[in-house]
Design a binder for this molecule. Structure first.
Ligand code: PLP
Length: 282
């Protein structure tokens, strides 16, 4: 695999970042995951807007122009002959002597990008649905910033694996925040319910697209927090993310959601989303 490191394309074996990189020492960095369908980038502009926002919230600027990021993404897709999968990009505050204070102005940010091949459309999880458990949300208070500080979510996903399940929904004050790497939804009383945007959750790029498409299809939406009890009593549940698109949830904490099989709303949204993503990819 060829990867991009600070302006250069190098074989992954030769790629290097400093042991003093603040991404490594402080999780002082942010990332984006752009999905690739048919060799094209899905919602690239949305991911770049969020990257700029995440960096801005941490007093960093875009290290390259958006057009350069686009060129880099396309180069990586071409050099690695990627048809379906994702491009991961990470920007950190760069390398400097270890200090809680940010390094002096002018310290170059580190930029790393790489591709990962994966089947996104034809996926057993999408056909069968996933089983989840609930876990306390122990993450920090700025989950809207897409930082590389992912240990809490990683531990929740490990807890799910140990329980023989696929993923976890994180819960704060009785309300579901989101999945370990996706936004969470339930369908109840004919309405699609997902948590409203705040510092408590990541503002999913797929979430924005799915809500827009649901509105265009005249489906009823409610952006508000929902409880675990509400989710367990719902007709359907599902998650969205750049890599999972729309994926049904068929079990929560050992209890079947609705009939225990993937529901029609999630199936329809997945179909509409993939069609739109293919048509608008760049
Ligand atoms: N929430 C969390 C915590 C995530 O890590 C992710 C994606 O990685 C999402 C939501 C979904 O965001 P997006 O649709 O932009 O991939």
């Amino acid at each position: 695999r060829m990867v991009f490191v600070n302006g250069e394309y190098v074989p992954e074996e030769a790629a290097r970042v400093s042991v003093f990189d603040r991404g490594f020492l402080f999780a002082d960095g942010v990332y984006e995951v752009v999905s690739v369908l048919g060799g094209k980038l899905v919602d690239f502009a949305g991911h770049m807007a969020r990257l700029r926002r995440s960096l801005g919230a941490l007093d960093m600027e875009m290290p390259m122009a958006e057009a350069e990021f686009l060129a880099t993404h396309r180069d990586l897709v071409a050099r690695n002959a990627l048809d379906e999968g994702m491009v991961y990009t990470q920007v950190t505050r760069g390398a400097a002597d270890r200090d809680f204070l940010f390094p002096p102005e002018g310290t170059p940010l580190s930029v790393v990008s790489f591709t990962q091949a994966a089947a996104l459309v034809d996926k057993p999880a999408a056909r069968r649905g996933i089983r989840i458990i609930t876990q306390p949300d122990i993450r920090w208070g700025r989950r809207d910033i897409k930082t590389v500080q992912l240990l809490a979510a990683s531990m929740c996903k490990m807890a799910a694996k140990k329980a023989g399940k696929d993923d976890a929904w994180m819960v704060e004050d009785g309300f579901v925040t989101e999945g370990t790497s996706n936004n969470a939804y339930v369908v109840a009383g004919g309405s699609i319910i997902t948590r409203d945007l705040s510092h408590s959750i990541l503002h999913g790029i797929t979430r924005a697209a799915v809500l827009r498409l649901a509105r265009e299809a005249r489906m009823t939406l409610e952006e508000r927090a929902f409880t675990v009890e509400e989710a367990k009593a719902a007709d359907e549940a599902f998650v969205t993310s750049a890599s999972s698109f729309v994926t049904p949830v068929i079990e929560i904490d050992g209890l079947p959601v609705g009939s225990g099989a993937p529901g029609p709303v999630a199936a329809r949204l997945r179909e509409i989303y993939i069609a739109d993503a293919r048509a608008s990819a760049v």
